[in-house]
Design a protein. Structure first.
Lengths: 289, 407
């Protein structure tokens, strides 16, 4: 049995119609809905692929306040997960990535009754924090091999290795796709370009079946939910939350605009001559002048 | 007498954490530009630091690879005082597991300090500051290195200041005001592109949870800083490090292949972007925009909502354009072309954050009140279906006229 974990996050929903901004352009958190983060959803898709293709069982974990349950529920719809874990304690509040990784490590170690995990997935980065550090730091603390920017993967169950393709794109250099191999357990952060593909009829049938089951399970997601506080996770309070965070947010300020506001010329295109200067400008730039 | 003892104790503590370590990236025998940018910023910070505090701390470049000795001199000319390089076949390509171990070894190795600054060899514990690139490699490497060194890290930084700060913090100082010296203020723009958050990595001086957090680490956005002008007269210490690679790296690289960049906003002079304004006839409008972009030699971008594939269009168009790789904005690419043409997009905050550095912005939209208007140099008030064909026709004429004249 392949044990697959997924670390997810409840994030503000940045889609049109759901996101709300204050008049100064900052996010209005109170008015903005929260959803399972889009990169977390991609990590869920990767776990679901393991279920369909390799019969994996799936455990989902998240650190957050009690409302983060809703993200676990959404993740269960996507994965047909057998287990949902909420790591929630007021002591965890204000954690930076290192203190978050401390909680998540112990959380992963307790998945499926502290069974050995084979693969843990997480998203590429959160759409609000956007650090991309929590995944690799959790991996390091777990002692799992970390693979980042994974676009595609398969598992060789006999050899207990994962074969993956990852993207390396460095400033001003050619983009590289690297094919790599690593023994399990691994911690994978999934690249946004990942797409799970079910190539055979039986896989497609399996995907349909598990999707349906996932939807049904999520109706009663509370049955699958385990909640852990710092004690249940055997955590040292000095290593979590604010006390366990090396970094603090010292100051938040508006970024001064790099350029003064543009002076906008408004053009009515119904009179053809009005467009002439625009056309000249565009042509000049297109020709490299 | 007691005074001098105190000074000595003070100085000893200073000597535990020293220097800025800059983790260098290279590719096919070339140093990645962001590494030179980081060295430039480290040089500027260190020059000010040494003057202000009357110290002689160093900019130390750390370079892993195979056959990388030849890159060391270049790093000195771009600002490094010392280069520590590790040559090993296993280090040929970046791999998180082994690279993390070697960088941690180097960071904690006081013997190297002996070669850089012998007077501190006995006291050196770890670097004071550490810089990584905020890219596919450095983002993860910084995370694992700082996890192993058990210290703090801020990502995606575009401004750095070193200062002394009076901090009052519930946990760090138990609510007391405490002076922290030589603190790296790390500025990172947030997801909206409107706010700057300053992150500090601070020792816990609260007596109940006392703990030292060094190095103060960060990952730096490529393009955020300028490299210093190459100075061939600079001298630096170049030291070979022999890493202890006692376990075989878990990650095996089977194959590396260059993929053609399908979308390259970095080198593109003109970017034409579309938003939900294409909705009346998406397929037809995308064709119009394609024709327009092709005429200008422009790359095509989209807004975030389009990446959610809201329209029923042909599979080929859908997979070519309605993809996250084309999103311009905080959740996609931040670009700065010479000309940005915004078609049928209103200019949501997260979109503007990705294109506001464009030199010239032309927008086409029916809504005079949409936020994109203020971000435009030229706003053409009209339907894209009417405006684009006119532009295409006239630009074709002008292009032809110019090419006729020049032949």
């Amino acid at each position: 049995m392949l044990n697959v974990g997924v670390i997810i996050k409840l994030e503000p929903d940045f889609s049109e119609g759901n996101v709300s901004y204050n008049s100064d352009g900052t996010l209005n958190r109170a008015e903005t809905k929260n959803i399972l983060g889009p990169h977390s959803a991609i990590a869920c898709n990767a776990a679901f692929y393991c279920k369909v293709k390799y019969g994996a069982r799936i455990s989902i974990g998240t650190m957050g306040p009690p409302i983060a349950e809703s993200a676990l529920k959404q993740a269960q719809v996507l994965t047909d997960a057998e287990e949902l874990n909420l790591y929630s304690d007021r002591l965890f509040a204000g954690a930076d990535t290192l203190a978050t990784a401390e909680v998540l490590r112990n959380g992963v170690e307790k998945m499926f009754g502290a069974d050995k995990m084979d693969i843990v997935f997480s998203g590429h980065r959160a759409s609000d924090g956007e650090t991309g550090q929590t995944g690799p730091q959790t991996a390091w603390k777990l002692g799992y091999t970390f693979l980042g920017n994974v676009m595609d993967f398969d598992i060789d169950l006999d050899r207990k290795v994962v074969v993956a393709k990852r993207l390396i794109s460095l400033q001003g250099m050619d983009t590289i796709v690297e094919e790599i191999e690593s023994p399990l357990p691994v911690f994978i952060t999934i690249d946004p370009s990942y797409k799970s593909a079910f190539s055979t009829v039986s896989q497609r049938l399996g995907a349909n079946k598990y999707s349906k089951e996932g939807r049904i399970k999520s109706e009663n997601y509370a049955q699958f939910l385990k909640t852990f506080d710092s004690q249940k996770l055997d955590l040292d309070p000095k290593l979590v939350g604010l006390p366990g965070s090396p970094t603090i947010v010292y100051r938040v300020e508006k970024i001064p605009r790099a350029k003064t506001n543009r002076k906008t010329a408004i053009i009515d295109p119904s009179k053809p001559d009005n467009l002439t200067p625009v056309i000249t400008k565009i042509t000049e730039i297109a020709r490299g002048k | 007498m007691s005074n001098s003892t105190n000074q000595e104790i003070g100085a000893k503590k200073e000597e535990k954490y020293r220097n800025i370590y800059v983790i260098i990236e290279h590719f096919e025998g070339q140093v990645v530009p962001v590494s030179l940018e980081m060295l430039g910023e480290a040089r500027r910070l260190m020059d000010d630091f040494n003057q202000k505090y009357q110290l002689r701390e160093k900019v130390v470049a750390v370079l892993l690879g195979s056959n990388v000795r030849k890159l060391c001199d270049e790093l000195v000319t771009y600002g490094a005082d010392a280069v520590i390089y590790a040559n090993h076949d296993e280090l040929k390509y970046p791999r998180n597991d082994i690279d993390t171990r070697v960088i941690v070894q180097i960071s904690k190795d006081a013997k190297i300090t002996k070669e850089i600054e012998p007077e501190y060899a006995g006291t050196f514990v770890k670097p004071r500051y550490m810089f990584f690139a905020a890219d596919n490699i450095g983002r993860h490497l910084s995370s694992t290195v700082l996890a192993e060194l058990e210290s703090g890290l801020a990502s995606d930084i575009n401004k750095l200041v070193i200062s002394d700060l009076d901090i009052r913090h519930e946990h760090k100082t138990k609510g007391q005001s405490v002076r922290y010296e030589k603190i790296l203020e790390m500025y990172r723009p947030d997801f909206s592109g409107f706010l700057w958050t300053t992150i500090l990595c601070l020792d816990n001086k609260n007596p109940e949870i006392q703990r030292e957090y060094h190095p103060q680490g960060c990952s730096i956005i490529p393009g955020a800083f300028k490299p210093m002008e190459k100075d061939n007269s600079r001298n630096g210490t170049i030291i070979e490090y022999f890493p202890k690679i006692d376990q075989e790296p878990k990650i095996k690289i089977i194959k590396r292949s260059v993929i053609e960049k399908t979308i390259d906003y970095e080198t593109c002079k003109i970017v034409v972007s579309m938003g939900r304004g294409i909705k009346d006839n998406p397929e037809q409008n995308i064709k119009l925009i394609e024709e327009f972009a092709e005429l200008l030699g422009a790359e095509i971008g989209i807004t975030l909502p389009l990446s959610k594939k809201p329209y029923q269009i042909s599979q080929s168009m859908d997979s070519k354009y309605m993809i996250p790789d084309r999103v311009i904005g905080t959740s996609g690419s931040k670009i700065a072309p010479t000309l940005y043409v915004a078609i049928g997009l209103s200019g949501a905050v997260q979109h503007i954050a990705g294109m506001k550095e464009s030199e010239i912005v032309i927008s086409i939209n029916i809504d005079e009140n949409s936020p994109i208007v203020n971000e435009s140099d030229i706003f053409i008030k009209g339907r894209m279906e009417d405006v684009i064909p006119k532009l295409v026709d006239k630009i074709k004429d002008q292009m032809q006229a110019i090419s006729v004249r020049s032949t």
